[in-house]
Design a protein around this ligand. Sequence first.
Ligand code: NAP
Ligand code: GLV
Ligand code: GLV
Length: 327
Amino acid sequence: MPKVFVTRRIPEPGLAILRRAAEVKVWEEELPPPRDVLLNEVEDCDALVPLLTDRVDDELLDRAPHLKVVANYAVGYDNIDVPACTARGVLVTNTPSVLTETTADLAFALILAAGRRLVEADKFLRAGRWQTWGPTLLLGQDVYGATLGLVGLGRIGAAVARRARGFNMQVIYHSRHRQEGLEKELGAAYASFDELLHRSDFISIHVPLTAATRHLFNADAFARMKPTAVLVNTARGPIVDEAALYAALKTGRIAAAGLDVMDPEPPRRDNPLLTLDNVILLPHIGSASVATRTRMATMAAENAAAALRGELPPNLVNREVWDRRRA
Ligand code: NAP
Ligand code: GLV
Ligand code: GLV
């Protein structure tokens, strides 16, 4: 029987699929396996199912001579050094599509909550500070009819655009390639990054974390946004320069932000963003619905099981490894 190491207890239907294909070992703790434990566990593994908290790099791969597949329990795979896996013939898979609508729901929730100051208002009431209905109490930004700038119009960005239509929003987007089919379907218009920064009332980030997107939102980007703008990030923390975001929120350079992702995760207790009322901070719960986390588990497991059977995994990231093997 091949061996698989799963770095946390994922929903049971996923583990059931893995058990039919391999001898399964699960890290049962709530916190990630310490690095030395992970490096020891992969030594005799044929498959690894990591979470986005587990780094897969040269050091790990050097310790895992039998490893055939890394089946990430996430769609984003910036925790994995894909070129290093490819160089060693290790297949890398992810969990696209099953979490798209759940994550788009959360992005839209942050657009509404940050725009209309919901969390701040709830805290205000609970603190006993609400004395009367007031003409200028907790005023925010209108979502209905506003201009929404999407950075990335892939699966999740497009799903957010579909929601925005119901709010009569003007949708503009930026990505490296234009999506003319989607532009028609969604009524979305392409914009340069600079134009998107200038025109948007709300900006929602839906690009992967790569060398090109790291700190895409820096002091220079905030300087070009409207003072009433609201930034929402459900992609990856390091796409936003948090020190620059703090300065922009503190000085009123932009109005508000809603973050599901931070850099690092969890934030340090002395992270100054924790002191601000005009930012909503969530502990990376974009895909966190019961149904979606279960589908992610079966998807990651099916990817790992297929690779162990010598079949093409349905959600292969590094196709070159497969093509090279067939050649
Ligand atoms: P996707 O379908 O691959 O879409 C990514 C989009 O980003 C594409 O439109 C791509 O278009 C664009 N892009 C890539 N590099 C770019 C660059 N340098 N500049 C501008 N645009 C760029 O991915 P998805 O499924 O929507 O997921 C997006 C990300 O969301 C994931 O990578 C993950 O990090 C994050 N995520 C977070 C959660 C959460 O729990 N908060 C849940 C799911 C996903 P071009 O190639 O044309 O540029
Ligand atoms: C979650 O952040 C994912 O990439 O699936
Ligand atoms: C507010 O509650 C209003 O009636 O305008």
